[in-house]
Design a protein around this ligand. Structure first.
Ligand SMILES: Cc1ncc(COP(=O)(O)O)c(C=O)c1O
Length: 401
């Protein structure tokens, strides 16, 4: 790199100390690289990077070493050739839909009980752009196949474990239906995390995550990621160079750090959620519990088979008997260990009222069709002592009764 010859104070203030040659020692953890732009020894080298004939960072919207490290880690954990990081889970889902073929005149068949914002992207945003959307019960494979055939769907979308009803998607069967009919299968794997399940290994074409949740795990970063084939990674990357839903290097660094403890956190969260779900089933003020780890759950056997007995996730939902919104709010305000805050997958236990939070974008009729009553509460189990969570729930249920 050329030496700076000017000695004026203003010039030194801008350049002094910068661009020291990198040491040949390798840092144990990936550093945060906040640089927006990069220099090369020659213009020919830079031209080669623009052209793609040589690798290297160029401009932060196109990617950066810290973000690449996070992408490589997720691709590895998901068994993918590549991954593309985003500024949020919704940016990831939106981009995957576009790359998979959601365009004017094309049809998308999606699970009815997806996260509220995903429902809204499909039914409010994409429909206004000319995409035809059909929402189906993904646990009824006959209905799925009919919808895909009738609409000549280009894209299918489902959640591995649905938010907030905890229905388990038969990803291998959905992939077979998709591919038999020339469609591409997108799976939101946020609730299962790659610890439990790798959709790509079971036939899915794209796997999306709100990395805000389990992958990061500490409630301090908003991020999304899509893992896919090398060809689709290139398409995702090219689209993102244009639209710029990029993950910042600081957030990528936090997410990468979070990933390291994913198996430890997730194992604990699965164990606690199982215990809490079983306990809630014995409570007089609880009329229904949704958790795939319960023997009576409609897809318990499927979940056991797909997740190999490793667990059933850290989220569960339950209905408080004859509860309206006011009673659920009373219950949530009476909690002190479980925090009534809008997220999931954190080390903290979090409770949420789907009807007024995650699924607020739906009309009352849409919520009724999906099956989200006002008395439904979603609990994302943290890593606290499970006795403390149980005691907190018991106390709040008694106060709300
Ligand atoms: C299953 C699921 N997918 C996607 C999202 C969106 O993620 P983000 O909030 O990171 O945009 C959420 C958010 O709650 C979610 O629960």
């Amino acid at each position: 790199m050329k030496k700076m010859t000017s000695k004026s104070f203003e010039t030194l203030a801008v350049h002094a100390g910068e661009r020291a040659p990198a040491s040949d020692a390798t840092p144990v953890v990936t550093p945060i690289w906040p640089a927006v732009t990069y220099l090369y020894d020659s213009m020919d080298d830079m031209d080669g990077v623009f052209e793609g004939t040589r690798g290297g960072p160029l401009y932060l919207r196109y990617g950066s070493p810290t973000v690449s490290a996070f992408e490589t880690a997720v691709a590895t954990l998901e068994g993918a050739a590549g991954a593309q990081a985003y500024s949020s889970g919704m940016a990831a889902i939106h981009s995957a839909l576009l790359v998979a073929g959601a365009k004017s005149g094309a049809s998308v068949v999606a699970a009815l009980d997806v996260y509220g914002a995903t429902f809204a992207v499909l039914n409010r945003l994409l429909t206004t752009l000319g995409v035809k959307v059909r929402m189906v019960n993904v646990n009824d494979l006959k209905e799925v196949e009919e919808a895909v055939r009738e609409t000549h769907a280009a894209v299918m979308l489902a959640e591995t474990i649905s938010n907030p009803l905890l229905k388990v998607a038969d990803v291998p069967a959905l992939a077979e239906i998709a591919h038999r009919n020339g469609a591409t299968l997108l799976v939101d794997n946020t609730f299962a995390s790659p610890y439990l399940f790798n959709p790509l290994r079971h036939g899915a074409d794209f796997v999306m995550h709100s990395a805000t949740k389990y992958l990061s795990g500490h409630g301090d970063v908003l991020a999304g990621v899509v893992a896919a084939s090398a060809e689709n990674k290139t398409k995702l990357s090219e689209l993102n160079k244009l639209v710029g839903s990029v993950l910042g290097p600081f957030e990528a660094w936090l997410a990468l750090r979070g990933l390291k403890t994913l198996p430890l956190r997730f194992r604990r969260q699965c164990e606690s959620a199982q215990q809490i779900a079983e306990w809630l089933c014995t409570q007089p003020h609880v009329s229904k519990v949704n958790y795939p780890g319960l023997k009576e759950h409609a897809q318990h056997a499927l979940a056991e088979q797909l997740y190999g007995g490793k667990g059933y996730g850290g989220v569960l939902s339950f209905e408080i008997e004859r509860a309206d919104k006011a009673k659920v709010f009373r219950f949530m305000e009476a909690l002190s260990v479980c925090l009534p805050a809008t997220s999931l997958g954190d080390v903290y236990s979090l409770v949420l009222h789907p009807a007024t939070a995650s699924h607020r974008a739906l009309t009352a009729e849409e919520r009724q069709r999906v099956g989200i009553p006002d008395g439904l509460v979603r609990l994302s189990t943290g890593i606290e002592a499970v006795e403390d969570i149980l005691g907190d729930l018991e106390n709040a249920l008694a106060k709300a009764a």
